[in-house]
Write a protein that binds this ligand. Structure first.
Ligand code: PRP
Ligand code: MN
Ligand code: MG
Length: 182
């Protein structure tokens, strides 16, 4: 099957487990930024679901923005070329910014975006990611808020895709290796 039903794939983290971690991170962020305003910047498209949930778990004043970067493709990962397709809409100078990602893998996307955002001179810049795959890192970068740290497995759901499918799957599930997982 080219695109097997998500229900046939093993659950890595259930929607309940995800909700618990998102609530905990939201609480932590609300404490860390108490009395301040923050800007959540989501990286399209994978981060959309996590950002939507995380934002609603945060009680401090928050606005959204979104960036889009060119996908360098899994097979050409070593080229490391990341290009900005869509920039932020509103200035972030002097603001407290949190970059929001679904997954921190090689680190190429976030290290590029962090460098770019720092040029705008935010008051502070942190990173929140739903998943972290530390063993895949090609460039040194760490997230400040991580829901789950996982070994190298191909996962889908909760915003994460395989050939643009499965982003709307509620749980985070393991893509079988014979389909295209790696
Ligand atoms: C995925 C993921 C992160 C990035 C992480 O995005 O959503 O943005 O790759 O990989 P890295 O740490 O190796 O850079 P993708 O390019 O698949 O685009 P998408 O979010 O639209 O699925
Ligand atoms: Mn992405
Ligand atoms: Mg993708």
């Amino acid at each position: 099957l080219q695109f097997p039903p998500a229900a046939s794939m093993d659950v890595l983290y259930s929607k309940t487990q995800i909700a618990e971690r998102v609530a905990a991170i939201g609480k932590q962020i609300s404490e860390d930024y108490e009395g301040q305003s923050i800007v959540l910047i989501g990286v399209l498209k994978g981060a959309a679901i996590f950002l939507a949930d995380l934002a609603r778990a945060i009680t401090v004043d928050a606005t959204f923005d979104f960036v889009a970067v060119s996908s360098y493709g899994r097979a050409r990962v070593s080229s490391g070329a990341v290009k900005l397709i869509k920039d932020i809409d509103n200035p972030i100078e002097g603001k407290h910014v949190i970059l929001v990602e679904d997954i921190l893998d090689t680190g190429l996307t976030l290290s590029y975006l962090r460098g770019l955002m720092l040029q705008h001179k935010p008051a502070s810049l942190k990173i929140a990611t739903c998943l972290d795959k530390p063993e895949r890192r090609l460039v040194p970068i760490e997230a400040d808020y991580v829901a789950f740290s996982i070994p190298n497995a191909f996962v889908i759901g909760y915003g994460m895709d395989y050939a643009e499918r499965y982003r709307n799957v509620e749980d985070i599930r393991l893509m079988p290796p014979e389909v295209g997982g790696h």
